[in-house]
Design a protein around this ligand. Structure first.
Ligand SMILES: O=C(O)[C@H](O)[C@@H](O)[C@H](O)[C@H](O)COP(=O)(O)O
Length: 262
């Protein structure tokens, strides 16, 4: 049987989870650099950018602990169809929480093209073309293989803008797809599709707080049979998926925790 997703639980976010997430991201960065001299990562919105900032803006503890921002290419795992300075924009959120606070060499960031905000299909197609261009230097790619996806998990079990029971979960050919009826506002968005998510080299979920406890039970106890998007990612990615959670989020969840190690 394929190995299962890793579940790492930490007593506190700033003291324990954030430093572990930092070590994990840096190890993915080094693997990406060894592979193709660049680190291709996609991030989602919600509470994730704040935790990422805690992890990645911390002072370096030595030569092996360097965030090499100028080697990063940052994409959006999902994005809302709003201007880039709109409070609902995931780009705006990441910029405020993280990008604006990076000093020195800067990452390359790929926001959506706001010229196409009125047509979410076109918006998704254009963003897919951004991926095609970026990943084209690799063999004949059927799917973009991100070095790392950094994702959140909604209280309903959604991730990216892939929602439970939505027809988008059955998308098999597009890399980026539009959604016009997101149950979480705002309704109009674009998202990476499930095949792209599950094919990433590594996938890290961050889920914290007691508000996630019920859905964590469903994801980890029912697994893919429960049909939640996060559980489908776990099934597709197996041990390439790692969950960084706090104790509140997984209290009472029956699933083996792993001691964190790289
Ligand atoms: O644009 C979005 O809505 C986010 O990308 C979404 O996928 C988010 O990651 C989850 O809803 C978890 O959000 P929280 O971490 O805030 O619970």
């Amino acid at each position: 049987m394929a190995k299962q997703a890793n579940l790492y639980s930490f007593p506190s976010v700033p003291e324990h989870l954030a430093p572990a997430l930092r070590a994990y991201v840096i190890s993915c960065q080094e693997a990406g650099l060894a592979r193709h001299n660049v680190f291709k990562v996609a991030v989602s919105g919600g509470s994730l950018p704040k935790t990422l900032a805690q992890a990645l803006l911390a002072p370096s503890t030595g030569p092996a602990d360097q965030v090499k921002w100028d080697k990063w290419e940052i994409f959006f795992a999902d994005e809302r169809a709003v201007p880039l300075d709109h409070p609902d924009s995931n780009y705006f959120l990441l910029k405020q929480e993280l990008l604006d606070k990076i000093s020195g060499p800067q990452p390359t960031v790929h926001p959506i093209d706001v010229e196409y905000l009125n047509d979410t299909q076109e918006l998704a197609d254009q963003y897919e073309q951004v991926l095609v261009k970026s990943f084209a230097s690799r063999d004949s790619v059927k799917l973009p293989i991100f070095d790392l996806l950094l994702l959140g998990c909604g209280p309903d079990g959604h991730t990216c803008s892939l929602f439970p029971g939505h027809e988008l979960l059955r998308e098999t050919s597009a890399w980026v797809a539009p959604i016009e009826d997101s149950p979480k506002p705002p309704p109009r968005r674009v998202t990476l599709t499930l095949p792209v998510v599950t094919h990433a080299v590594r996938i890290a979920f961050v889920a914290t707080g007691a508000g996630k406890r019920e859905v964590m039970k469903q994801i980890f106890e029912e697994g893919a049979a429960g049909g939640l998007p996060c559980a489908l990612v776990n099934e597709g990615a197996g041990e390439r998926a790692s969950w960084f959670v706090d104790a509140d989020a997984v209290e009472g969840v029956s699933y083996p925790r792993r001691p964190f190690s790289l």
